[in-house]
Design a protein around this ligand. Structure first.
Ligand code: NCD
Length: 472
């Protein structure tokens, strides 16, 4: 890690070895809290929280105070110039010229990346909409590691809102990076988004196993989940296990159950009304009485609402208040690392190189389809170009670099074939044999025929004959 230039936008920004080094530092800091004062003397942190927060903001601010630094804060979007229509990039440039480090929480997905791109100082993502919350993940992993000694090979069940829970999205990749087995226990309709599953299998070598293979004794232990898992209409309600022998894995117990609240503030109208239906089981002593949960850590990023019973607070398996308390030393270590006041030794564990996907080079009008993505917001459109990487060719899939949602364009053309020759500006079905021949640097994509037409492209014979369906 080169601490001066580094930001933490997604959990991918930290390698396995860096996370281990950060945890060692956090342990030192928590063992000798009083001695850390002075490490960041003279440094200023901007704490910008444009969504509600208790733990994250206050633990960040506490962390900076404990390091002897100072904090400036803005916590109401209405009290900043963002309310006057200022762009995030302008705000980032200005605040970056005042302070040494920025912590930002914002409802738009990818907002922290924009701040990191423009601020010129290290930036920490404290939650960007439903995208990621990497510092919560650090607290989660730190807690698991402290309690279980390791993360590798553990069975961690993720419970509740796996669709909009940003803590879940960061945690999934971190657990995969550390070699844990993940069990998805989504509330109905709130399953892990497809683009996350795809990234998990493509980049982290995850294998998926269906719950339909459960044997009877495991089914009994998880009987409350039958309705959730065994519905064929939801094919991606799967468990990700490094070992496909799921029966064996579950019988030997669940190491941690990570509970989340429904993120109602991000629900669509349809999801809100479904919430009124059958309630998802509350995590309580009765639910956890099976022997599979005898040594299960009960975790929650908090705040809790109704999904986790108060009777669990006195249960020795419950670790959620410890998890929140670890927020201070973990964030102290992170701030110290990013400000370069603590060196991070290079780690021999860093063996997984990031996948190098080709960038999508052409601005053909393709936009990110996620309405919460920072790249489609009115104030940001003026300077942000849609930006994608090409993560798959069959089916052709682009990934937005801001919110990481996937786009599967319907039509493609090649910049090479039509260069200078209007007559050969032809578009094809994205899954045709022509499409597969186009080199990444020449690829032009369209989400509709109108979009292609607007750019002066004409349909291929194939598209004319089979407008909606591809003909191979
Ligand atoms: C989480 C968040 O903001 O995403 N809270 C937190 O930071 N501990 C979880 C939540 O709000 O449910």
């Amino acid at each position: 890690m080169s601490p001066h230039s580094k930001s933490l936008v997604t959990i991918d920004d930290l390698s396995h070895g860096e996370i281990d080094a950060l945890f060692s530092l956090a342990q030192v800091m928590s063992d000798s809290l009083d001695e850390q004062f002075g490490l960041c003397r003279g440094k200023i942190m901007a704490s910008l929280f444009f969504e509600p927060s208790t733990r994250t903001r206050l633990s960040f601010e506490t962390a900076m105070h404990r390091l002897g630094g100072s904090v400036i804060t803005a916590s109401d979007i209405g009290a900043t110039s963002l309310a006057k229509g200022e762009s995030i990039s302008d705000m980032a440039r200005v605040i970056g010229s005042y302070v040494d480090i920025i912590v930002i929480r914002h409802p738009w997905e990818g907002a922290a990346k924009v701040v990191a791109d423009y601020a010129g100082v290290p930036v920490i993502n404290a939650g960007d909409g439903g995208h990621q919350h990497p510092t919560q993940t650090l607290c989660d992993l730190y807690t698991i590691k402290k309690e279980k000694g390791t993360i590798q090979g553990l069975k961690i069940a993720l419970w509740g809102d796996l669709k909009y829970g940003r803590t879940i999205h960061s945690l999934i990749f971190a657990l995969a990076k550390f070699g844990a087995n993940i069990l998805f226990c989504p509330s109905p309709g709130l399953e892990v988004p497809e683009h996350i599953i795809k990234k998990l299998t493509a980049e982290y070598g995850g294998k998926m196993a269906k719950y339909a293979t459960l044997n009877q004794s495991v089914k009994n232990a998880f009987s409350f989940l039958d309705a959730v898992y065994l519905t064929p209409s939801s094919p991606h309600q799967l468990a990700m296990m490094s070992d496909l022998n799921i029966q064996f894995e579950l019988e030997s117990g669940v190491d941690a159950l990570y509970v989340t609240r429904p993120q109602k503030e991000r629900f669509t109208a349809g999801e809100e009304s479904r919430e009124q239906g059958d309630p998802f089981p509350v995590v309580d002593k009765k639910l956890l009485r099976d022997k599979a949960f005898r040594k299960t850590l009960v975790m929650h990023p908090l705040p809790r609402v109704d999904e986790l019973a108060y009777e669990m607070d006195a249960d020795p398996r419950s670790k959620y208040f410890e998890q929140a308390a670890h927020g201070v030393p973990v964030r102290m270590a992170l701030i110290a690392m990013l400000l370069g006041v603590k060196e991070v030794p290079p780690s021999p564990d860093d063996i997984t190189p990031a996948l190098d996907y080709p960038r999508y080079e052409h601005d053909s009008g393709a936009r990110c389809a996620n309405p919460r993505c920072v790249s489609v917001q009115k104030t940001e459109l003026k300077y942000l170009k849609p930006d994608f990487i090409i993560v798959n060719r069959e089916p052709l899939t682009l990934r937005c670099v801001y919110c990481e949602h996937g786009v599967e364009p319907k039509y493609v053309a090649s910049a090479e074939w039509h260069e200078g020759k209007t007559a050969t500006k032809i578009y094809h079905h994205a899954d045709s044999r022509w499409a597969r021949k186009i080199r990444p640097e020449n690829l032009i994509v369209f989400s509709s025929e109108d979009e292609a037409g607007a750019k002066g492209f004409k349909p291929s014979h194939d598209v004319l004959e089979h407008p909606s369906k591809s003909h191979h």
